[in-house]
Design a protein around this ligand. Sequence first.
Ligand code: SAM
Length: 393
Amino acid sequence: MSYELDEIGGDDLSFLRRKSRPEAPKGADPLRLVDLFAGSGGLTLGAMESCRTLGIGLEVRLAMELDEEVRGVYDLNFESLLKDNRADVRSRFDREPGQKLSAAELKTQQEVGKVDILVGGPPCQGHSDLNNHTRRRDKKNELYMVMIRAVEVLKPTYVLIENVQGVRRDHGEVLERATWWLSEKLRYSVEHRLVRMIDIGVPQKRVRHILVAARGRNVEEVLNFSPREPPRTLEWAIADLLEIAPRSPFDIAALLTPENQKRAKYLLENGKYDLPNRLRPPCHRDNPSHRYTAMYGRLKWEEPAHTITTGYGSPGQGRYLHPSKPRTLTPHEAARVQFFPDWFEFGENPSRRLLGHCIGNAVPPKLAFSVLVRLLHKRVASTMPQTPQGEAA
Ligand SMILES: C[S@@+](CC[C@H](N)C(=O)[O-])C[C@H]1O[C@@H](n2cnc3c(N)ncnc32)[C@H](O)[C@@H]1O
């Protein structure tokens, strides 16, 4: 038996275009997952797909998400076993690393039981390089340490924490404290670094900070992804959606203001990708202190997309204009670029706000897949029948 470890289910494009949810392996002994700050489940989906690719079952023990509507989208897609008290992570992990377990933490430990994989993407506004006002001084940065407290309480075998690049320059040195706790106090092997999404086959110029930790195995090599040449392009991800009949807001781009319609048409009619200064709003013109060139920009078919944020429906928030239509990306197109498959449920009639939150705040599922498939493959290989030469068959 051999494993195709680079692509979800052996073929990323088939994974993305699939209209029905693939059947999960039914093992007697599924792995057990906890996802904190779960959003709509980008990390859970990646973990689930890494298990499916390796033929392992996965059970979500606990998924916590503050926003009720977003939690509703998670629940449409994943069955999580604990139903109550799933909003604020602080309600289940209410003490600092090193302190005695609180009553809530003891209860959580008992309810959740054994945990194989803990994943989480604590809110990143506080560290974000895109956020000029609160950069690196935000109290939210302390939510990163909730992940470490959760490791202490739940003792998972594998840990994956995702964040923005700016976490490395946090004022409160949250990363240094987190890695110290994990390696020195909790005895995990720890590795962290920036990972370019293009290197793992995501058609997007997104760069994320990833921390991975494990008990009982070395994780030194796990985040070494070789540059993928050439990177996947926007065309790879969304060209087949060009003529799709729009049946719901999921396939309809946000309405543009008359000014933005003019801007979008100008770019298309003049074969340009960046808007000239004279067509930008006054506050964006000739301001060398701001790096606004990508704003009101048009995407290129032959390149990866720019980072998708919650603002992908607004040309003023980034390079989100479609390469060949006078509009921004549709939620469906943005979801594809974020590596959400067509079968993923966003609800009957989701608002644009909800779609923006679920899609723009997500971690591309390919990320958790790429990291966990490497960690879990060794586990599967070591339990497989051995050939006479001592190699896994
Ligand atoms: C970066 S997003 C996570 C994305 C998610 N990991 C994914 O892959 O789709 C952070 C999420 O944390 C949620 N959040 C913020 N504070 C929280 C808290 N105290 N408890 C639980 N969730 C929280 C936000 O609503 C947001 O959806």
